[in-house]
Design a protein around this ligand. Sequence first.
Ligand code: FAD
Ligand code: NAI
Length: 495
Amino acid sequence: KQRLRTFARGVLVTVLAAGGYIVWRSYDQRHPGEQLPHDPTLPTVVVLGNGWASTAFLKELDNQGYNVVVISPRNYFLFTPLLPSVTVGTLAARSILEPTRFLTRHMKRKTEVYEGEVYEVDPHKKTVRFVDNSEIKGEVSGTEIAYDYLVYAVGAENQTFGIKGVKEHACFLKEVWDAEKIRSRIMDSIESANFAGQTQEEIDRLLSFVVVGGGPTGVEYAGELHDFLMEDLNNWYPELTDRIKITLIEALPNVLPMFSKQLIDYTMSTFKENKIDIKTKTMVKEVQEKKIIAQNENKELVEYPYGLLVWATGNTARPVTRDLMNRIPESQNSRRGLLVDEHMRLVGADGVFALGDCTATNYAPTAQVAAQQGRYLARVFQKLHKKEQLLHELETAKQGGAEPAKLDSLANAVIRASNIAPFNYSHQGSLAYIGSDKAIADLPMMQGNLAAAGFATYYFWRSAYISQLFSLRNRVLVGADWLKTKVLGRDVSRA
Ligand code: FAD
Ligand code: NAI
């Protein structure tokens, strides 16, 4: 009895402490304090984008020494690793978004956030031009701004390789509106298949869900779609679910080429068990309104009718990035993206740093890389600010006729502050969800690599992502959505 009482007391204290922490953190988050005002004597740092790289940069930056301006067409950060879960309603879209102002209002100096799309960066004049591309515009909907430093992190757009019909007929999976569009179209295909008097052939086409690209985006989406089918659609459309077909088309011999061989095999066999049809060595050549034309390994042309097509074949540079490259062609000649040096400085431009998916480096275009680059750059800015302060101190000391020893020590401090280490990426491992409560993980260990897969890895995947979410608010929302999906199931309304 005594032991039980002690245990119960322990549980109560833990629950109260956790509750108190949540209340305190949410109060603190919702009540930002006073900020230092804009200071015209300080350098202006213009940050383009509020994705992984820029958000990590802003989160880490002590901006007392800078006026910071953020420009992005969306006013929130999107936690992309959980985006495939939004396509079927496992998570609500808003649970994985974080308004950028929730972050910038907590920065030390006032930071401007403009919702706008940058269409021109002039690295010679050091200016950026941007427009308001949203539905509602004011009298001013386009302007130009000057920078001392530019943090260029606009990400990449979807690669289509110029294949005919992709842009017109396929859905992509990059932004939150893409995931919502997919969710609505899944239900639209099912309801159209269910329409009174629908022909048998048309039912099969409408219930054919095709994914092109066997990278992690395509695989995770196929896994989520399978869960939706088994856990929810099965109950509400019992006469149709047997006819639903998920097909994943991949040009290479394997899906997930960045994972180790045993995890690729595990994914392929899990998909087989889950009746997800993987067509490897099959290259899509053309997309028509109701069917795909692909070339198989025997070089034959095959057709895949579809009701919904999701296209996930990787990244390519955005038009604004290509425009920037064309302005400094002698230094920027990579087709993959922007060339940067080991300090993330854009080659051929003064005061410009480029981060994340818009760059062409030896690293994979992942959130992990982008976030580490963002944090690294914030530390670089700290050092630059420190150096400026020390130079100012040195000048004042010289003018005041300070002792030689004092001048020496200040000059040495300036040298130390100028010595900035290059960016060094530390790989924390790769994770992917593959459906039916299974995930795969390639984790670097001291002596090589640990490959893990299955249910336990799925819980590791969940805990890894919930801890990486940028705010307590997102953690609470995502946790609640997971619980809601388990208990109440997913919604099948086409809202
Ligand atoms: P982004 O995060 O794409 O941010 C780009 C920013 O620039 C956005 O805010 C955008 O609005 C803004 N922007 C765009 N155009 C303009 C413009 N003209 N002017 C101004 N701003 C502009 N990586 C992982 O490591 N692990 C994962 O599990 C993982 N899962 C993923 C799942 C999905 C579905 C997707 C699509 C990607 C996933 N990734 C994952 C990859 C990861 O999301 C990217 O590598 C990462 O987002 C790159 O960060 P970034 O800051 O370079 O670009
Ligand atoms: P990807 O570049 O990783 O994979 C695209 C796949 O499409 C390739 O395997 C390619 O062979 C295939 N393909 C290209 N053209 C084709 C065609 N015409 N027909 C058939 N197949 C074709 O792209 P993805 O999955 O969009 O990922 C982009 C980046 O985001 C990657 O760096 C990835 O690592 C990262 N990411 C990471 C995730 C994770 O770690 N869990 C999840 C999602 C994305």
